[in-house]
Structures are given as C-alpha cells and as structure tokens.
Write a protein that binds this ligand. Structure first.
Ligand code: FAD
Length: 368
C-alpha cells in the first residue's frame, strides 16, 4: 500500500511525485489520460518565460562552449536555434528522473482518477479502468482550464462555430493567457484583449501601463461588464472597445502568426497577438468536492471555484492536499504559475514526510 497518491500529470503533480521519490515515500502517481491531458493547461504552454533556471539560454551557453572548442559550424547552429522549454518538457524530464533514480518508490499510472472517497484513515481512489488505490495521504494537482472565445464561423451554409479555431494559436504564443508569464511579449505590438469582465479590462490596462502596448478590447459578443472607473481609465488610455462576435481569425497556418479578426458585421481588427482574459471555464475540483474540501468564497458555480488550502497546501480535509492552479491559499491571491505549482507541491510533500517521520518517532519512543 502506498503512503501517498498524487493525482495530476502536470507541473504540480510532477513536482510532488519527484519530491516524493527523492524522499523515498511509497507513491502512486496518477498522471491522467489523453482526454484530461488535452483539457489541461499542461498541454499548451510552449515556452516558459519567467523562471530563473528554466531557460534555453543556460543550455545553449553550455553546449555552445563545448561545441566552439570542437566544431565551429555546430556551435553557430546551436546559437541560432530556438530551444523553447515547455511544461510538457518539464513533466517529461521529471518522469525520466524518477524512472532513472526513484522507480522503486514511485509507480506511474497513466489513467484518470474517476472517484475519490474517504476510507479508514485515508483515501481510496478509483481509476477509469476500475483499479483501486488506497493511501493515508492524497495530493490533487488536476489544474484548471481557461474559457476560450467562440468563433462563429460558417461555410457553405454549415455552422462551424466553436472554440477549436483558437487551438493552433494557443500553442504558438500568438494567443496569450498569463499576464505574469507572457505579458511582456506584447511590448511594442498590437494586441486584442478578449473578454468582457473586469479581468479583461484590468489586463488591457496593465498592458498599456507596463508596456505601452497598442491594445483593443474585444468582448466577443458579450456585453461589457467592467466597472465605471475601469471604463473611464480605458478611455483615457486610448483602448478601443469593440463588442461584436468573432466570425473569423486570420493568421498563418498552424498558428505561427496572427493577423487579426473579423467581427460580425464585417469590421476587421488588425493585431499581432490576442490575450484571452475570459475567466475560467473549469477548475478540476471534482475529487476535492467529493471528499468535502472547502472551496473559495465566490459568486461563481462550484466547478469554477478554487480549492482553499493553507500554506502547506492542505485542504479543509486533514491529509488531503491540493496544489497548483486548482488551489487558492487562504492568505494570498490566486497564483497560477509553474513556480507556484512547484512550490505548493513541494510544501505539501514536506508536510506529509514530516508527519510520517513524526509517527515513526512516536512509535519508536513508545516501543510499539
Ligand atoms: C498559454 C499559457 C502559458 C503559460 N506560460 C507560463 C509561463 O511562461 N510561466 C509560468 O510560470 N506559467 C505559465 N503558465 C501557467 C502554467 O502553465 C500553470 O500554472 C501550470 O501548468 C499549472 O500546473 P498544474 O499542475 O496545476 O496544472 P496543469 O499543468 O494544467 O496539469 C493538470 C494535470 O492534471 C491532469 N488531470 C486532470 N484531471 C485529472 C484526473 N481526474 N485524473 C488524473 N489526472 C487528471 C491533466 O491531465 C494534467 O496532466 C501558462 C499558462 C498558459 C495557459
């Protein structure tokens, strides 16, 4: 029987599983299946841009030094290459490290966790295949999904509307999602911020204030809902607001470059980047809710609320932890980055390890 079950094959899950392996904590890591992967943020971060250490420049420099001493032409090729590091690369590397050094402590399971219940002093997790695992500690790292804009497109009388038109761009850094991670990419460029709420207005203002980017706000068919003060600031910052539905996206094949949008009625918006700020489509909190974990207070439906945790990542249910994008600490705002997912995960495993060792000491001292 494992001591720990980790659910989620993204950054939070990978960081938790690697740390558990390094602590020799018997662990089952449930990574999810193709469907959960496709619906996760882990799948579409192509280039991590805001973390010390996770940067191609380090590798490029080291390889370049070796090659410069050996083969001049190869050194130039390395210097010119784009060596983007994605979230998928980080997870794959964590898996390889666990497989190489800690495989006797961490078991990989490539399935989705379908159900979780409290059982005795711990938790029982049922997988999609029906397999069951039980452990005294459970870490959930199942992430969130952003709400995407619908493109109301039709061809030959057929309705082809959907969010799928966005996918190629989302994987190419032409559609952006994370102001802290990707906002700087908008400097000196024309950006369409997509969204109708206060969050979208705030993103538009921040891009103006920080980078002086040329911003237009497209509500994509929704009525604008931002506050009067933000409306005034948008006006003063020269941010144009357009409320029509999107009927087309223009860009290069496979999303490598964006040229703009056509709105209902035919208006054309010429931009280089889009920033999606439409809020969350989903917090994958089903397992946490089934186990009775408290959610953040908010007006949204339960499936859009983050799971409340303390500074160790523990939920309101003892020994149940939630880390990464799905979690919200009681003492700070929502943090949704690679490094925060890692930090939450490492703190959770530290707490679990400390409890395990405390029990062992108590048993030793009492002679049981
Ligand atoms: C376009 C974009 C760019 C970004 N760029 C950056 C950046 O440059 N720097 C940065 O710090 N952050 C960036 N972020 C944020 C970063 O991607 C997230 O903070 C990070 O991926 C969160 O990790 P997580 O483990 O919480 O969730 P995710 O990485 O989304 O992983 C969730 C995992 O849970 C699995 N899962 C879901 N349900 C189940 C289930 N029932 N059973 C089993 N598994 C399940 C999924 O398959 C997936 O593997 C970016 C985000 C986006 C969208």
């Amino acid at each position: 029987m494992p001591d720990l079950i980790v659910v989620g094959g993204g950054i939070g899950g990978a960081a938790a599983a690697l740390r558990a392996g390094q602590y020799h904590l018997p662990t089952v890591w449930v990574l999810g299946d193709r469907e959960t992967h496709r619906a996760s943020r882990a799948a579409y971060v192509r280039n991590i841009d805001n973390m010390l250490g996770v940067h191609p420049g380090i590798v490029q420099e080291k390889i370049g030094t070796v090659l410069r001493e050996a083969h001049g032409a190869a050194a130039e090729a390395v210097a010119a290459a784009h060596l983007h590091i994605s979230t998928a690369d980080l997870v794959a590397n964590a898996r390889a490290r666990i497989a190489a050094d800690f495989v006797e402590h961490v078991r990989f399971v490539e399935e989705r966790a379908a159900e979780a219940v409290s059982a005795g002093d711990g938790f029982r997790v049922r997988l999609g295949s029906g397999a069951l695992f039980e452990a005294p500690f459970l870490i959930l790292a199942t992430g969130v999904m952003d709400r995407q804009p619908v493109v109301h497109r039709s061809k030959g009388g057929r309705d082809l509307s959907g969010i799928h038109w966005v996918y190629p761009y989302a994987n190419q850094e032409t559609f952006l999602y994370c102001i802290r991670c990707e906002g700087h990419l908008t400097a000196g460029r024309r950006v369409a911020v997509l969204g109708a709420g206060d969050g979208a207005a705030e993103v538009a203002l921040m891009l103006r204030e920080r980078y002086g980017s040329e911003v237009q706000l497209l509500t994509a068919g929704d009525p604008a809902r931002w506050s009067a003060e933000r409306a005034r600031l948008l006006d003063l910052e020269g941010v144009k607001v357009l409320e029509g539905r999107l009927v087309d996206i223009h860009g290069e094949r496979q999303g490598t470059a964006l040229h703009g949008f056509t709105l209902e009625g035919g208006a054309r918006v010429e931009v280089d980047l889009a920033f999606v700020a439409m809020g969350l489509f989903r917090v994958y909190n089903d397992l946490a809710r089934a186990l009775g974990a408290a959610l953040e207070e908010s007006e949204g439906p339960p499936e859009r609320r983050h799971v409340l945790v303390d500074r160790r990542g523990e939920t309101s249910v003892a020994n149940l932890f939630a880390v990464g994008d799905m979690a919200r600490r009681r003492d700070e705002g929502i943090m949704k980055q690679v490094y925060t997912a890692q930090e939450y995960a490492v703190r959770a495993v530290d707490a679990i390890d400390a409890r395990r060792r405390k029990d062992r000491r108590a048993a030793l001292l009492s002679g049981t």
